[in-house]
Design a binder for this molecule. Structure first.
Ligand code: FES
Length: 320
C-alpha cells in the first residue's frame, strides 16, 4: 500500500447514524488547523489497517474548516473497510488519510444540471447539488433508494424540497417510480448529467447517454470493472524517467512490476477506481481497464492507471 503524497493523521471526532447500514464519520485535524479545501466529488483514502485502504467521497461543504465528513455504507462484499469502521471504530481513534483527490468534479457550464444518485451514491451528488444551488445554477436532483427510511439525508432533502428534488422509493408498494430511462429521455442534449450509484445504474446511465456529447455526461463508480484485475497478455514498457525497460508478465500489473523493480509509484485502491496511480503515457497502445477515465480520455490515451490497465505489444512508454 503506497498512498500518494501528503498523508496526514486525523482523529475520529464523531460517528452519527445516517440511514440503515449507513453511518456518517467526521474526522478532524489533530492540531485543529484547517484541512485542505476541496470541491464536490472529491474523495480521500482512509487507512483502515495494514494493506487496507478505502476511498470515500467527502461531503461538501465541510461543517468546520478542520473537519472532513464521509458517509460509509456497511458492505458484506467489500474488502472489510466498511466493517472496520462500523464495528471497530471508536471516537478519538487516530487514522491516516490522504489529501483529497477529485476525478468527479463539477465542470462549469451555463446549461442546466441534472444529478442522478442511487443509494450511497448520494454522497458526491448531494454535495454537487448544494454547491450548484448555492451558486444559483439550474439544477435537478433525482435520488433512488429502497424507501424514505433508507435515504441518506432524507429529512434534509424533504425540508429543502422544491421542484428540483425528486425522491424515488424503489421498494414502495405504491406506484412504480420512474426509471433512469424515463427521466433521461426528457432532457435536452445540452444538459449536464452527473450519475453516481450502484454498478448497474451507472452502466445503464452509460448506455442511455451514448448519443450525448461526452463532455456533458459524468459518472463515478464505486467498484472495479469485471476485467480490471484479470490476467492479460504480457507486454514490455519503457519507464522514460527511470531509464528502465520492464517486462510485465500476464499475471502481474505494471504497478506490481514497478514496485518489484524498486520504482516508487503512488497507488491506493489497486483496482482502477481511485485514480491515484495515473501516469502519463508518452507512446504506445493501452488496454484501459479502469473506471476513472472517460471514453474520450481512453481514446486519447494520454494517461493510464497502472494498477489495472495494460500495454499492448512492446511499444508502451510511460512517464515514470
Ligand atoms: S490505485 Fe486506484 S486507480 Fe490505480
Amino acid at each position: 500500500m503506497a498512498l500518494s503524497d501528503g498523508v496526514f493523521k486525523v482523529r475520529l471526532q464523531a460517528i452519527e447514524y445516517g440511514a440503515p447500514g449507513i453511518n456518517l464519520y467526521t474526522f478532524e485535524a489533530l492540531d485543529g488547523q484547517p484541512l485542505a479545501a476541496y470541491e464536490p466529488g472529491a474523495h480521500v483514502d482512509v487507512v483502515m489497517g495494514p494493506d487496507l485502504l478505502r476511498q470515500y467521497s467527502l461531503l461538501w461543504p465541510a461543517t468546520h474548516p478542520a473537519r472532513y465528513q464521509i458517509a460509509v455504507q456497511l458492505s458484506e462484499v467489500g474488502k472489510g473497510g466498511s466493517r472496520k469502521l462500523h464495528f471497530e471504530s471508536v471516537v478519538g481513534a487516530v487514522y491516516e488519510m490522504s489529501q483529497p483527490r477529485n476525478h468527479f468534479p463539477l465542470v462549469p457550464s451555463d446549461d442546466e444540471f441534472h444529478l442522478f444518485a442511487g443509494g450511497i451514491g448520494i454522497t458526491p451528488i448531494i454535495s454537487m447539488y448544494r454547491q450548484l444551488k448555492a451558486s444559483g445554477r439550474r439544477v435537478s436532483l433525482y435520488y433512488w433508494a429502497g424507501s424514505a427510511q433508507h435515504m441518506l439525508f432524507h429529512d434534509q432533502l424533504c425540508r429543502e424540497r422544491q421542484d428540483d428534488v425528486r425522491l424515488f422509493h424503489t421498494r414502495s408498494s405504491g406506484a412504480v417510480p420512474p426509471r433512469l430511462k424515463d427521466v433521461l429521455t426528457t432532457l435536452p442534449p445540452s444538459a449536464q448529467l452527473y450519475c453516481c450509484g450502484p454498478q448497474g445504474m451507472v452502466d445503464e446511465f452509460d448506455r442511455l447517454t451514448l448519443d450525448r456529447p461526452e463532455a456533458n455526461t459524468h459518472r463515478e463508480r464505486f467498484s472495479a470493472t469485471t476485467d480490471a484485475l484479470q490476467p492479460g497478455d504480457s507486454f514490455r514498457v519503457r519507464l522514460q524517467r527511470s531509464g528502465l525497460t520492464l517486462t510485465v508478465p500476464a499475471e502481474l500489473s505494471l504497478l506490481q512490476v514497478c514496485e518489484a523493480a524498486g520504482v516508487d509509484v503512488a497507488y491506493s485502491c489497486e483496482e482502477g477506481v481511485c485514480g491515484a496511480c495515473e501516469v502519463k503515457v508518452l507512446a504506445g497502445q493501452v488496454e484501459h481497464r479502469d473506471t476513472v477515465l472517460t471514453p474520450g480520455q481512453r481514446q486519447r490515451s494520454e494517461s493510464m492507471m497502472i494498477c489495472c490497465s495494460r500495454g499492448v505489444g512492446d511499444s508502451l512508454v510511460v512517464d515514470i
